[in-house]
Design a protein around this ligand. Structure first.
Ligand code: BES
Ligand code: MN
Ligand code: ZN
Length: 500
């Protein structure tokens, strides 16, 4: 991934190997600022635009390479699409295409023109536009090969702009933070189950907290037993790797700030357990800990930004495996809260471990809201696909905050209906609850079991089963495999909670 990003005024000489020119579909010519940059490339970009064959559809690219002295410099036109539709998501997608183009050109250093006129024409604020441009370019150059050897990506990115360095600083800094943390979530999501079990997941999450100056404790199995988290223990019982429970915190001592508990599903591999999955897509279940990675990355981001909000992140880490010691269908589990759950399907494991973690959040912290993030159901992928995450919850205010945050982040969410009728569907026959309520409305009933443990605390559940993984159809800034979806979304959400 691109390592350094710095703004530079338009008057300076171009020393980079490539310059990206974002262009709206409506634009007949380059902006004044872009034309000025282009003059030092001999007007290559303007000529390519004037030829009239470049339509500037979103993500469309056109490369014109020119000799400047002994150097070859590439002008890269990239289409932003229609002005009215250049929101955060589409802007990052468009600049993602440009980032990919830079990778295939194998340039070491690149620049992108982000002038005030173009930024002000976007359908979002100048800040959000600059943020989306930088985020899209950085994340598009993330290498998901886990060291297996793909082409090297550019190292440096210069933001050529007539916007003051002072006004560029915040969105650039924030975009770098989001890209860095999103890339780490991707890498962990892509890490195979044999390389990362519950212990290793706990260790890397604690390592991230340490790096960002946030507090973190990782409980071992003994401590989870002492806390009587019966659901976490049951789901983890078939694995050779013992479960962990991560308790991370930021600003907790600042009692007058709002307190949000983020809870993430940390299943390092989900075979389905005794209710074993078919083999075809089972390998993708190494990514069933994406929610865990996202909530800890968000806490790290909040710490880096010194947000005036208290954040606690709680992550149960387990591996769901079939074994002689596994939990089984028919088992009745006593959860941390004391309430019991009958297991009808061991593959509905996420809601079980989240039930313990959410109950812990409620009783230990009594936060202003609990937000749980989980690759919970196949049903949400059927309902919403891989671009939009599903929401359910008991707080209109927090659902609204998340929808606003999603618009700003370019990480879309959509609320599903939720009321007492759905909640009633997970009531048990021989126990308080059951972990499976049939295929009907499965993303809602799956979430409902988690929500049952939030009690009277405002609660929202985000099902990222579709958005956490990119099979190839995602926006251009996403690599294949883990997407890191949710870090930007949740940081924007916390900013709203902090009333920034
Ligand atoms: N981790 C899966 C959900 C999932 C599916 C994540 C596809 C990512 C992509 C979850 O634990 C699961 O197995 N859900 C099942 C439960 C059902 C069998 C009771 C589902 O929703 O299909
Ligand atoms: Mn499962
Ligand atoms: Zn799962």
């Amino acid at each position: 991934m691109i390592r350094s990003v710095a703004p530079r005024a338009l008057t300076q000489r171009i020393t980079e190997d490539a310059v990206v020119f974002p262009v709206y579909r409506e634009s007949k010519r380059l902006s004044t600022a872009a034309a000025r940059v282009d003059r030092s490339l001999g007007g290559a970009a303007a000529a390519a635009l004037a030829a009239g064959t470049f339509r500037a559809a979103r993500g469309e690219t056109r490369v014109v390479s020119v000799k400047r002295g002994r150097r070859l410099v590439h002008a890269v036109l990239v289409g932003l699409g229609a002005r009215a539709r250049t929101n955060a998501e589409e802007t990052a997608d468009a600049l993602g295409s440009a980032g990919r183009e830079l990778c295939s050109l194998r340039v070491a250093n690149a620049a992108v023109v982000v002038d005030e006129a173009t930024a002000k024409d976007a359908a979002v604020s100048l800040d959000l536009f600059v943020h989306a441009v930088v985020k899209g370019m950085l994340l598009a150059t993330h290498d998901p090969s886990l060291g297996a050897g793909t082409p090297p990506t550019p190292r440096r990115l210069t933001i050529l702009s007539d916007i003051s360095a002072k006004n560029l600083a915040a969105p650039i800094r924030r975009a770098r933070l989001i890209a860095d943390l999103t890339a780490r979530v991707r890498d962990w999501t892509n890490t195979p189950g044999n390389a990362m079990g519950p212990k290793e997941l706990g260790d890397v999450l604690a390592g991230l907290c340490r790096e960002f100056g946030a507090g973190c404790r990782v409980w071992n199995r003994k401590e989870i037993e002492r806390a009587r988290m019966g659901a976490v223990l049951a789901v983890g019982s078939g694995s050779g790797g013992e479960p962990r429970f991560v308790v991370a915190q930021w600003n907790l001592e600042k009692k007058n700030l709002p307190l949000i508990c983020l809870v993430g599903k940390g299943v390092t591999f989900d075979s389905g357990g005794i209710s074993i999955k078919p083999w075809e897509k089972m390998h993708e279940m190494k990514g069933d800990m994406a929610g865990a990675a996202v909530v800890i990355a968000t806490l790290a981001a909040a710490a880096a930004e010194k947000l005036p909000v208290r954040v606690v992140a709680l992550v149960p880490c387990v591996e769901n495996m079939p074994d002689g010691r596994s939990f089984r269908p028919g088992d009745v589990l006593t959860t941390y809260s004391g309430k019991t759950i009958e297991v009808l399907n061991t593959d509905a494991e996420g809601r079980l471990i989240l039930a313990d973690a959410v109950a812990y959040a409620r009783t230990q912290y009594r936060p202003d809201a609990i937000i749980d993030v989980a690759t919970l159901t196949g049903g949400v992928v059927i309902a919403l696909g891989t671009r939009v995450a599903g929401l359910i919850g008991t707080s209109e205010a927090h659902i609204e905050a998340l929808r606003t945050a999603a618009d700003r982040a370019g990480e879309p969410v959509w609320p599903l209906p939720y009321d007492e009728h759905y909640a009633a569907m997970v009531k048990g026959e021989i126990s308080d609850y059951k972990n499976y309520a049939g295929r009907n409305a499965s993303p809602i009933t799956g979430g409902a079991l988690v929500g049952a443990f939030a009690g009277d605390i405002p609660w929202v559940h985000i099902d990222i089963a579709g958005t956490a993984w990119n099979d190839g159809g995602g926006p251009a800034y996403q690599s294949r495999g883990g997407t890191g979806y949710g870090v930007d979304l949740l940081l924007r959400y916390l900013e709203i909670v902090a009333e920034l």
